[in-house]
Design a protein around this ligand. Structure first.
Ligand SMILES: Nc1ncnc2c1ncn2[C@@H]1O[C@H](COP(=O)(O)OS(=O)(=O)O)[C@@H](OP(=O)(O)O)[C@H]1O
Ligand SMILES: [Mg+2]
Length: 392
């Protein structure tokens, strides 16, 4: 391990974790509105919440809102001249002449969210942020990554499809120094804190979604995971919401990957969407190593949380050929899994390379995370053996 713990300042860790807690609150408010009204798209009478990108994937008030608040908080905390951010969203769709309603919904969500910042001992604006302030904060996240320097990597909502469907999603923030991920924070507002509430996702909504608040005022649903490189520890806190006070590191507990190394006992975790990973191929690999359980299919980087917490043993993702993985879809999750004791590589067994810009350039076929070297070796071997006959 390359000593990243000392590379990350205590303040960077604290601000990043608190910003993700706060951002999760914004997401939850928007998701509730989405799920409860559904009449939100263009043309409806309610303020618009969803738009779509050029590739037809959805983008919402929460994607832009989270990007704005994280950008604003990092700049306020460390000085905008010291903060460089690579992030998923741009302001193109927000700046179109017919997007007035969308922009004002983003600005409202941002101001509502930042009003809560003092609860986390985070800075709060002196006055309400204007459209220009909010667009400026989103636009400032225009770094392009690379092998040198210190920059943040943000996916404001990973798994936007899961988010708009009222399902799982994650807020993912990482810090990179000279091409290496040194800090990862993952906010998973719909992921149950306790494993016993976790069911395969189609059953999930009948269980954890409606779970009540516990005696200590913390909901059983929702957690924030974080790890710094080299610490050999990953942590999980229950998500703090509502009027509950936030104590830095309060209720945080160490998480560890599963200790299972017998394939027959292991569970594979993979993307929900077939378009994002070939389920037939991964089923073949799982079968050839004798993985016994039904796959756990979860939207977004919650998959990394599942591996880091020991809810599943193997994560595999094999995109169709030509798709290039982006650093913000993996950076935060990778460091958390590794510090929780897991093994993360591409399908050739090499570490993922975050140092080459916005994409994971040079990625060999797919992504494999395992709780232990024994399973990892078996999976990499099985991928090698079945690759020639795959259509990928
Ligand atoms: N192969 C492929 N093709 C197109 N888009 C892809 C692919 N793999 C991942 N993505 C983008 O990554 C985000 C979520 O992917 P996941 O791998 O978690 O898949 S899934 O949500 O469980 O189906 C999600 O991005 P955001 O939600 O915008 O962050 C997807 O659009
Ligand atoms: Mg993403």
């Amino acid at each position: 391990m390359e000593g990243g713990e000392s590379t990350v300042s205590a303040k960077e860790l604290e601000v990043a974790v608190k910003a993700v807690h706060l951002a999760c609150g914004l997401c939850e408010r928007v998701q509730r509105r989405l799920v409860s009204s559904r009449g939100v798209e263009r043309g409806g009478t309610s303020p618009p919440i969803i738009s779509s990108k050029d590739d037809d994937s959805p983008v919402t008030v929460a994607d832009w809102g989270v990007q704005a608040i994280v950008s604003w908080l990092l700049s306020e905390s460390f000085g905008s001249e010291n903060v460089s951010i690579v992030a998923e969203e741009d302001v193109e769709a927000l700046s179109e002449s017919n997007s007035r309603g969308l922009l004002s919904a983003v600005v409202d969500a941002v101001n509502e969210c930042l009003a809560d910042a003092p609860r986390f001992e985070l800075p709060k604006p002196d006055k309400i942020l204007s459209d220009l302030d909010v667009v400026g904060a989103i636009k400032r996240c225009n770094a392009t990554g690379g092998p040198k320097g210190r920059f943040w990597v943000l996916d404001p909502i990973d798994g936007t499809l899961g988010f708009v469907r009222g399902n799982q999603y994650a807020v993912a923030l990482a810090l990179m120094v000279d091409g290496k991920v040194v800090l990862g924070v993952l906010g998973c507002p719909n992921y149950p804190v306790n494993r016993e509430f976790l069911s395969y996702h189609h059953q999930y909504y009948n269980t954890a979604q409606h779970s009540s608040t516990t005696a200590n005022g913390l909901s059983e649903k929702g957690c924030v995971l974080y790890a710094t490189r080299g610490s050999r520890k990953a942590w999980m806190q229950p998500l703090v919401r509502g009027e509950n006070g936030f104590t830095w590191k309060g209720d945080a507990r160490v998480i560890r990957v599963s200790s299972i190394d017998d394939p027959a006992m292991a569970t594979i975790c993979e993307p929900v969407e077939k378009a994002n990973s070939d389920h037939t191929f991964t089923a073949g690999v799982a079968d050839s190593v004798g993985l016994g359980n039904q796959p756990l299919r979860v939207y977004s980087m919650v998959k990394y949380a599942a591996i880091a917490r020991g809810d599943a043993e193997v994560f595999m993702k094999f995109s169709r050929s030509g798709y290039k993985e982006k650093i913000w879809d993996h950076a935060a999750g990778v460091v958390i899994v590794e510090e929780a004791g897991g093994v993360m590589t591409d399908a050739g067994g090499r570490p993922l390379d975050f140092s080459r810009g916005v994409y994971l350039e040079g990625l060999d076929r797919g992504i494999i995370a395992c709780c232990c070297p024994v399973l990892h070796e078996k999976i990499v071997g099985a991928v090698y053996a079945s690759w020639e006959s795959s259509n990928l």
